[in-house]
Ligand binder design. Structure first.
Ligand code: GDP
Ligand code: IMO
Ligand code: MG
Length: 431
């Protein structure tokens, strides 16, 4: 069955949005399966930039149906404002273009307030979350207290659920975190308005919709948010997000079986970035780190925070390939490395004097590792106008080949700029 998962192989912001937008030209469906408005996916078409947080990145293609699956925590205010911005820009004109699963978890103002309060209480130990309420919303889901998207359309039981939820949330906000409570009536009233405005996008059974699409041979893309190293179970815990970000989550979050998946495409920046706290073995401080940040415009699409920057880490990439089952890679932002005389690539770590090639799973170990670098020759020419792999300077081609060989995974796509046209294909997507 023609299902393709697109997953971030690093710490997020690899360029998943661009890849999904480009791939969507050939896809019938795009499904977001986890995360929430912590994601910031950027699409650039004819120089016009669109940043999406919840609406899937296939939305610029009117014939592609975009689905928000059960695994997503849906900030209803955010999705509403995203929908109205898209409509104001002349996009998303037909409600059939966007379907929201009745089983998605609703994320409300109190989740955001709790996220902020928890971060503040952690002080220097904070996770550096996006402040979008992601952790508290997933906690509600796991503890079986969540309000689901479908609940918005049952006014009576919604009121009871909200009352119950606010009892606990307000106790925490007022008594534990010493902040203001959330009032029931205005929130309830607002939710009824929101339900009215989102009713056209409602999908009672998104899993069935995706299943039928796959069964009838339609092309379905699964759009990951965040990245492998931010995975709740397999990332750099506790400096992670609150959902499973790895490819297995595509099945869980959209309600399909693993046998529907044909390809798993790992999106990888040609270097590494991370936002928020936590270990980052190849992080560069000083002028070099600053230069990559400036030339790569590495500022968060959701929070505007400067991203930490560093060289490409093949130990982490091999780990990502393993835990996701990545079959093919897309190498992004190669243009940003132009003009460096030498480019370092991390090929191993030193841990307590021993060389290791497998990523240590204990975060404490990952804090202590020293990267072992292989230095490759850089290139001077601006490559952002190049439109085929053959036209890249030899050192850039060597860089691509070196990475592919080291991680034993084919690189199918190379990106040399944010625009759709700045995409070099080595192999077609759907074969
Ligand atoms: P995502 O979260 O994985 O979708 O990535 P983000 O959108 O947060 O961050 C990627 C940033 O890099 C965005 O500003 C993109 O427009 C930009 N981008 C994507 N691919 C390329 C590329 O090949 N070169 C350059 N220079 N920018 C790119
Ligand atoms: P996209 O989809 C980069 C990071 C935060 C923080 C940690 C936990 O655009 O790649 P959270 O708000 O999720 O509780 O924050 O995860 N984080 C991201 N970093 N890209 C993202 O999404 C991220 N979403 C969350 O910075 O370190
Ligand atoms: Mg992003």
């Amino acid at each position: 069955m023609p299902g393709i998962i697109v997953v971030g192989s690093q710490w997020g912001d690899e360029g998943k949005g661009k890849v999904i937008d480009v791939f969507s030209a050939q896809a019938d469906f795009v499904v977001r399966y986890q995360g929430g408005a912590n994601a910031g996916h950027t699409l650039v078409v004819n120089g016009v930039k669109t940043v999406l947080h919840l609406v899937p990145s296939g939305i610029l293609h009117p014939k592609t149906t975009c689905i928000i699956g059960a695994g997503v925590v849906l900030d209803v205010e955010e999705v509403l404002s995203e929908i109205s911005s898209l409509r104001a820009a002349g996009l998303l004109q037909a409600p059939e273009q966007l379907k929201i699963s009745d089983s998605a978890t609703v994320l409300l103002s109190y989740h955001r307030l709790l996220d902020a309060a928890r971060e503040q209480a952690l002080g220097h130990e904070k996770i550096g979350t996006t402040g979008r309420g992601i952790g508290p919303a997933y906690e509600d889901r796991a503890s079986r207290k969540a309000i689901l998207f479908g609940d918005l359309f049952e006014p009576e039981s919604l009121r009871t659920k909200l009352e119950q939820s606010l009892k606990e949330k307000n106790f925490l906000l007022e008594r534990y975190y010493d902040t203001k409570p959330v009032e029931l009536e205005p929130l309830y009233k607002r939710l009824l308005e929101i339900a009215d405005q989102l009713a056209a996008f409602r999908c009672k059974d998104a899993s069935l919709l995706v299943h039928k699409a796959l069964k009838s041979g339609k092309k379905v893309l699964f759009e990951g948010a965040q990245g492998t190293m931010l995975d709740l179970l397999h990332g750099t815990y506790p400096f992670v997000t609150s959902s499973s970000t790895i490819s297995g989550s595509a099945c869980i979050g959209s309600g399909i079986g693993p046998n529907a998946v044909q390809k798993i495409i790992g999106i990888t920046k040609a270097y590494t970035t991370r936002v928020g706290s936590g270990p980052f073995p190849t992080e560069l401080g000083g002028d070099l780190g600053e230069r990559i940040r400036r030339e790569g415009a590495e500022f968060g699409a959701t929070t505007g925070r400067p991203r930490r920057t560093g060289w490409l880490d093949l130990v982490a990439l091999k780990y990502a390939i393993r835990v996701n089952g990545i079959t093919n890679l897309a190498l992004m932002k190669l243009d940003v490395l132009s003009g460096h005389e030498r480019i370092d690539v991390c090929v191993a770590y030193k841990l307590d004097g021993q060389e290791v090639k497998d990523l240590p799973t204990a975060t404490g170990d990952l804090v202590r590792v020293e990267p072992v670098y292989k230095t490759l020759q850089g290139w001077n020419d601006d490559i952002s106008q190049v439109r085929s792999i053959q036209d890249l300077p030899q050192p850039a081609r060597d860089y691509i080949q070196f990475i592919g060989n080291e991680v034993a995974t084919p690189i199918d796509v190379v990106s040399v700029g944010p625009g759709r046209e700045q995409t070099l294909w080595i192999k077609p997507l759907f074969t």
